[in-house]
Design a protein around this ligand. Structure first.
Ligand code: ADP
Ligand code: MG
Length: 473
């Protein structure tokens, strides 16, 4: 997926105050950063970029949302020789979603040098297609350990020219049991490469993993950031009969633009979806039985703010990384306190505040005690009767997703879509949200009030010189 977002204003809480200009980056790269609205480095970037750009191995730890992708993306792109058509850098990620996100961010950063090919290699896509893409030569390979290992074993991925190996979300890759695969892959990379390891937390396994194949790594840890949590956690007592109804009441009271609602079972996800729809609340669910394309569509709509609520089990939400999440609702309390912390850690990122709202029946009390103990908190209890249902209209998502047939295969680029909407159709940049391009389709979020008209105008006009089939999702 290719994807652009509007340049976000630098979040005050997490900027280091230091400019990218002090780094040895090309003028083109500096211009790209300016265009992306990356005016100052985040703390982890300020701490790790000088080390990584100097060619040293690096272990960097900082919480989610702290800008780690650019912290390895910039050194990776700086070291690249676009005229050499061979894999020179490889990024390992725990899941396909994260690999897609890393690919998107590197594509954004690589904007000024247009001949750089980035290939995502993950399970769930056809091996043969990936192999033929590899034959055409990719400069950067991003993928999950399993699939990359497959390609190495079959001899379809040649690592002779590799000069940089990046492990992203190393803690999660450990959690998911990828240690051996990673070690296998690292052994096949040239010995004189540079290795960068990024992680949100620093479990013991990381040091052990690093010792196996990193050379005198420098360590940068910004643990302090994890404590100053912006998550406001509240617990509500409910009876099991009222549980699903209560989710709607929470949504109407807090009015978060994006909410991730966790259930413990798939069945509960389905029931919640029905209950929400009955209350006129837009929600979708993710589950393991979905095809990848369906899953992509759900994630795209949630991430671009045209769906307010995403309902999922822990398994289905694995690897999901959404930047702006105003609330996490624990529809069911998980019996695993560590999982609870993981769930609620998805909100309150970066400079934003986030709500973590949990519905607890009397039989959940034991679980809440365990959570409170592990988090060293005193649970803040609230009554459902405090919840007010004010203004129904506000729960409507701000954006609508338009889907156009034709994507990366047709060489559609975000600029083509943006051009069509801001040019002939006459919309402003502010009315257009995220643009996501998959192999077959292009998705663009537009402000809800212009959606109908935008479909008409796009269908009547041209994108990249061609008429397009377009519909609102
Ligand atoms: P992490 O990998 O640490 O979870 P990401 O790399 O995904 O974090 O970055 C989080 C968000 O911050 C992204 O939307 C990214 O575009 C944005 N971002 C990264 N660096 C900067 C910067 N220097 N200034 C402003 N925004 C930034
Ligand atoms: Mg990351």
């Amino acid at each position: 997926m290719t994807d652009i977002t509007r340049p976000s204003s630098p979040p005050a809480a997490r900027i280091s105050g230091r400019s990218f200009n002090e780094l040895p980056l090309s003028p083109g790269m500096k211009e790209t950063l300016r265009q992306l609205g990356y005016l100052t480095m985040t703390p982890i970037q300020a701490a790790s970029l000088p080390i990584a750009l100097a060619g040293r191995d690096l272990i960097a730890q900082a919480k989610t949302g702290s800008g780690k992708t650019a912290a390895f993306g910039l050194p990776l792109l700086t070291n690249l020789n676009p005229r050499r058509f061979a894999a020179q850098a490889m990024v390992l990620c725990p899941t396909r979603e994260l690999a897609d996100q890393v690919t998107q961010e590197i594509r954004r950063l690589a904007r000024s040098s247009d001949n750089i090919k980035i290939l995502t290699l993950c399970g769930g896509s056809i091996m043969r297609t990936q192999t033929s893409s590899l034959e055409h030569g990719a400069h950067i390979v991003v993928g999950t350990p399993g699939r990359i290992m497959d390609h190495i074993e079959r001899g379809t991925l040649n690592l002779e020219a590799l000069n940089m190996l990046v492990l992203d979300e190393a803690d999660r890759m450990l959690d998911m049991g990828f240690v051996e695969d990673i070690a296998f892959i690292a052994k096949r990379c040239p010995a004189n490469r540079q290795t960068l390891l990024f992680s949100a937390t620093y479990p013991d396994g990381i040091a052990r993993l690093a010792r196996q194949f990193m050379r005198d790594p420098q360590e940068v840890k910004l643990t302090g950031q994890h404590e100053e949590s912006k998550i406001r956690q509240r617990f509500y007592e409910v009876s099991n009969e009222d549980r699903l109804q209560a989710v709607g009441a929470l949504l109407k009271h807090y009015r978060p633009v994006s909410t991730l609602a966790f259930c413990n079972t798939k069945q509960q996800c389905r029931s919640l979806l029905e209950a929400l729809h009955a209350q006129g609340i837009k929600a979708l669910t993710l589950n393991g039985d979905m095809e990848q394309r369906e899953r992509d569509q759900v994630l795209i709509q949630f991430a671009n703010r045209s769906i307010s609520v995403l309902v999922a089990t822990d398994v289905a939400a694995r690897g999901l990384d959404i930047a702006q999440l105003e609330a996490v609702i624990n529809v069911d309390i998980t019996p695993d306190p560590g999982m609870h912390i993981h769930r609620i850690g998805r909100t309150g990122r970066a400079e934003e505040n986030g709500w973590a709202l949990s519905l607890c029946s009397p039989s959940d009390q034991r679980r809440v005690i365990d959570i409170a103990q592990m988090m060293r908190i005193k649970p803040e209890w609230h009554e459902l009767s405090e919840l007010k249902d004010e203004d129904e209209a506000k729960l409507i998502p701000p954006m609508v997703t338009l889907q156009m047939l034709g994507g990366r295969k047709e060489k559609i680029r975000p600029g083509d879509v943006l051009g069509a909407l801001t040019g002939e159709a006459g919309y402003t940049r502010e009315q257009i949200g995220k643009i996501t391009i998959t192999d077959q389709s292009t998705y663009v979020a537009v402000a809800r009030n212009i959606a109908h008209e935008a479909v008409r105008k796009l269908a009547a006009g041209k994108v990249k010189g061609k008429t397009v089939k377009v519909r609102a999702l």
